[in-house]
Design a protein around this ligand. Structure first.
Ligand SMILES: Nc1ncnc2c1ncn2[C@@H]1O[C@H](COP(=O)(O)OP(=O)(O)OP(=O)(O)O)[C@@H](O)[C@H]1O
Ligand SMILES: [Mg+2]
Length: 395
């Protein structure tokens, strides 16, 4: 099918899209390379669009929009959706997403972005939500249930986009039988709120008997998320602090105000909750899709893999675990050193946050089945990190 890759209302390129393989077999012309997905731009060489990695990377990028092969309980989800692979979903809704504005327009159609985007146009989310988050769900029978932004969500955790009072929210579950992720997300939001860090607000919700986190979409029709992974893709890799410094420099060069402080805030949060999963797709920037201006650092999101989630042991308190600083995995005590002036943090704002977390965990104990001991241990870990940060500030 001949189609146009669109960025909202801007034509990026015209290509032959193979609906079976989901690859782009040929690129006819590139109209606006600046409006292409950020990661593609560096592969573009004028007059060589079909012979360079550009075309392959276009296909890779498009396939990468789908639900990843490492999504928790993917086999079950596929069975319930009555499909054999996530990529079958890719073009069911023009490839649209709620994290950016790219879509595939059949060349002979006069369909417009306004008619189809998921920010304005409602979608049938009930069946996908059930298939993704429920423990016992039927097979989807309604084809419109496959025309949702869920076709283009990344990430390991079971998740579903829903609409509540007109607002688009992402619901996220835990990994396998673990249920701590939603609580960690809620804790992260509470800490960010108290410390004044720009963040995505996660609250606890329940779907049937499953605890989930719920957060509003932080992208709107004028914006897109560009992750650090995309930004760093054409930059030299050092496997050292240089990677971090170059990223900050790039953000500053593109006019993001207080970029360093904002990225530091994310590492302060990671220190406090011992977040192990700050990989390069878990942070980034927001770009205006009309002007291409870099607007801001993306609000802090995806903080669930924290508080030693994988190492809980009823017998002893584990306090190991490392965080991530770009391509390196390092102890949290090392990573926190990127913060130039830790004294700017008013740690007294965290007074009472451990009690707040304790209460939250107890409130949902009837669903999670956490023992009092586990809750106590989680609170000890949090308290310990807060005290460590206090000491660093007082030094
Ligand atoms: N509130 C939101 N608004 C818009 N896009 C979002 C939002 N939350 C997440 N996303 C997008 O969805 C992707 C997956 O979400 P998230 O990182 O929270 O999931 P995850 O399963 O925890 O990921 P991981 O595999 O890193 O553990 C994000 O990388 C981002 O592109
Ligand atoms: Mg993520």
């Amino acid at each position: 099918m001949k189609c146009v890759l669109m960025n909202k209302n801007t034509e990026v390129l015209v290509a032959e899209y193979n609906e079976i393989s989901k690859f782009f077999d040929k690129i006819y012309e590139v109209n606006n390379i600046d409006y292409a997905p950020y990661i593609l731009k560096s592969f573009y060489i004028k007059d060589e669009i079909n012979d360079t990695p550009f075309r392959t990377n276009l296909s890779e990028w498009f396939k990468g929009r789908g639900i990843p092969s490492w999504r928790d309980k993917l086999d079950l989800l596929l069975l319930r959706l009555n499909i054999t692979a996530p990529y079958e979903l890719l073009d069911k809704a023009f490839g649209l997403s709620l994290s950016d504005q790219y879509w595939l327009k059949p060349e002979d159609s006069d369909i417009s972005y306004d008619d189809i985007n998921f920010f304005d146009n409602d979608f049938d989310y009930a069946e996908f939500m059930e298939a993704s988050l429920s423990t016992n769900s039927k097979t989807i029978t309604n084809e419109t249930s496959l025309k949702t932004p869920n076709n283009t969500t990344d990430g390991m955790l079971k998740k579903a986009w829903i609409i509540d009072n007109g607002i688009r929210y992402l619901l996220k579950g835990g990994y396998k039988n673990e249920t701590l992720q939603p609580f960690n997300e809620a804790l992260a939001s509470e800490i960010c709120k108290r410390l004044g860090f720009n963040h995505v607000e996660y609250t606890i919700d329940t779907y049937k008997d499953t605890v989930v986190s719920k957060c509003p979409c932080f992208i709107n029709k004028e914006t897109e998320l560009i992750t650090c992974y995309q930004i760093r893709n054409d930059m030299k890799r050092h496997d050292s602090i240089e990677d971090y410094e170059e990223y900050i420099k790039k953000l500053e060069e593109n006019g993001i105000e207080n970029a360093r402080e904002k990225v530091e805030n994310m590492y302060i949060l990671d220190f406090l909750i011992m977040n192990e999963d700050r990989h390069l797709n878990n942070f980034g920037i927001i770009r205006d899709v009309n002007t291409l201006k870099w607007l801001d650092v993306a609000p802090i999101f995806d903080n669930g893999q924290s508080l030693n989630i994988e190492y809980y042991d009823e017998e002893e308190l584990h306090i190991s675990g490392c965080g991530r600083l770009f391509y390196e995995v390092k102890p949290f005590d090392e990573i926190i050193k990127v913060v130039k002036n830790i004294k700017r943090i008013d740690i007294s704002m965290l007074d009472g946050v451990v009690e707040w977390f304790d209460e939250l965990l107890h409130k949902y104990q009837y669903l999670t089945g956490y023992s009092d001991k586990r809750i106590l241990r989680l609170c000890i870990l949090l308290n310990r990190q807060i005290n460590k940060l206090k000491k660093l500030i007082e030094q």
